[in-house]
Design a protein around this ligand. Structure first.
Ligand SMILES: *Cc1c(COP(=O)(O)O)cnc(C)c1O
Length: 476
């Protein structure tokens, strides 16, 4: 299996070759040159598989340049009940992604049982082992530089902690993350994890990462890499739980299900789209956004109009506060019939701060063939959904999952199970849960006193040279 760029002008590469990089050289995103197909027989075989078997069955068709036995070992190390141990009491952690039924036909697919109690662990944990393996094979090392406002940074650090040939330098805005999120990251004592608290806001952190990445000489000399949301390995890992969710919610391959996905950068739901392209019987893929509704606007109108960071709202589902959806280009490539030249033209407008409209070209009319629907949720609706879910089911859901459930309820159809992807546990967003329910969510076992653990971090000014000096000093 080779990987090609959505802009059609980069040479085809193998999985291992694109794993450590970000964008393709032509500025596009990598996708497999064709989607492997899983038919009736394969789906039937999958019905008796556990998460690791299923992950292997799918990934061996996407990762053809790592020997099968090695890939199997990597998967077995990544998806263990010990790592994904924070299940709700009402579900079973040995399932890795258990299905929790709210009422007949409406389910939560629980993806937040990993170390940082958010779905990003599902992909990051695999990525950590894949990075270590590929780096060892090629005798290279990497210094991952990232910016975080909470979820991505902690998932990356827990995945990369203690890994050979990997250092992580994670910038976060000083004293602006929640106490829980700060404690999660800063309590890591691993030598290869470097927490950098920047005197500034998240945008300052992100600008510093961009500035370092644009200094090609520095980047090359210091082996700077990233684990951002466009990484193909992350998308590939996320395809697995769509299959797992489908198989858990159905008894025969004749049945269809729909998924509703709390969305920001379009990474999670892009994996759902790919699962559907691989033959998974999915009726609808429902995009749920918060007040930052750039994606909902597209699926309602055919116009994609990124907002710019000055026009991005800070909401109570903060991990979905995005101005543009980095992975959306992957879907548009398929929508355009794998026409890289057309995608290149569309993103020329976007990259210059503009928008595009797919009505005139007829592409928007094709969106329904891909099963997409959408909806959005406001703060008041999010709070009401959390309260209703607690009142009716005695189940506490976090603010992001609440956005998904709100939209899912609008889009449910008789006879088609609706699976809402649970993207974080409520313990991660205590203030919002207090506001909704006037009580604090339970802390998963082992995380009760995380704020009292010793913390390890350095404070820096929002100064690119200071970050560069720190990276050099810590890696020499
Ligand atoms: C990252 C994140 C999302 C958004 O996922 P995308 O892949 O960016 O669409 C939703 N909810 C939570 C809790 C997240 O951390």
């Amino acid at each position: 299996m080779k990987y090609i760029s959505t802009r059609g002008q980069s040479p085809a590469q193998s999985f291992s070759e694109i794993l450590l990089g970000g964008l393709a050289p032509d500025g596009g995103l990598y996708l497999p040159e064709s989607y492997p197909q899983f038919g009736d027989d394969e789906l039937s075989e999958m019905r008796s598989m556990n998460y690791r078997d299923l992950a292997f069955a799918i990934l061996q068709r996407l990762v053809t340049d790592i020997p099968a036995a090695d890939l199997r070992t990597i998967i077995d190390k990544a998806y263990t009940p010990e790592v994904f141990c924070h299940a709700r009491v009402s579900t079973d952690a040995t399932d890795i992604t258990p299905l929790l039924t709210l009422e007949p036909g409406l389910h939560l697919l629980c993806l937040s049982n990993g170390p940082t109690i958010a779905f990003k662990d599902m992909a990051m944990q695999l990525l950590g082992h894949l990075f270590e393996y590929v780096l060892a094979k090629t005798g290279r090392h990497i210094n991952i530089l990232g910016a975080t406002s909470g979820d991505t940074g902690s998932a990356a650090e827990y995945a990369m902690r203690g890994k050979q040939a990997v250092n992580v330098f994670m910038l976060s805005p000083h004293e602006k993350m929640s106490r829980f999120q700060t404690a999660q990251m800063f309590s890591l004592q691993d030598e290869n994890i470097h927490n950098i608290a920047v005197r500034g806001v998240f945008d300052d952190c992100q600008d510093m990462v961009k500035a370092v990445s644009n200094d090609h000489a520095f980047k090359h000399a210091n082996h700077i890499g990233a684990v951002n949301s466009i990484n193909w390995g992350r998308i590939a890992a996320q395809v697995i739980y769509y299959f797992k969710g489908y198989l858990a919610a159905t008894k025969s391959n004749e049945q269809q299900v729909s998924f509703c996905v709390p969305s920001g950068n379009f990474g999670n739901i892009c994996a759902g789209h790919i699962a559907r392209m691989m033959g998974l019987p999915v009726k609808h893929l429902v995009v749920a956004t918060n007040e930052n509704d750039v994606l909902d606007e597209f699926f309602r109108t055919g116009v994609y109009r990124p907002r710019g960071s000055a026009n991005t709202y800070h909401t109570s589902s903060p991990s979905m506060d995005i101005s543009k959806a980095s992975n959306f280009e992957r879907f548009v490539y398929d929508l355009a019939g794998q026409d890289g030249a057309q995608v290149k033209e569309l993103w020329q407008a976007v990259d210059q701060g503009g928008a595009f409209d797919l009505n005139a070209s007829g592409l928007f009319a094709r969106v329904k063939d891909f099963g997409f629907q959408s909806g959005s949720s406001s703060h008041a609706e999010r709070m009401a959904t959390i309260r209703n879910t607690w009142g009716q089911h005695q189940i506490m859901i976090d603010t992001h999952t609440a956005d998904g459930l709100k939209v899912a309820q609008e889009r449910r159809e008789a006879g088609v199970p609706m699976l809402v992807l649970e993207t974080a546990l409520p313990a991660k967003f205590e203030d919002a849960m207090q506001e909704a329910l006037q009580m604090s969510p339970d802390r998963p076992i082992g995380l009760e006193d995380i704020e009292s653990l010793p913390q390890r971090f350095e404070v820096l000014d929002a100064d690119v040279d200071a970050v560069k000096q720190l990276i050099v000093a810590r890696t020499q």
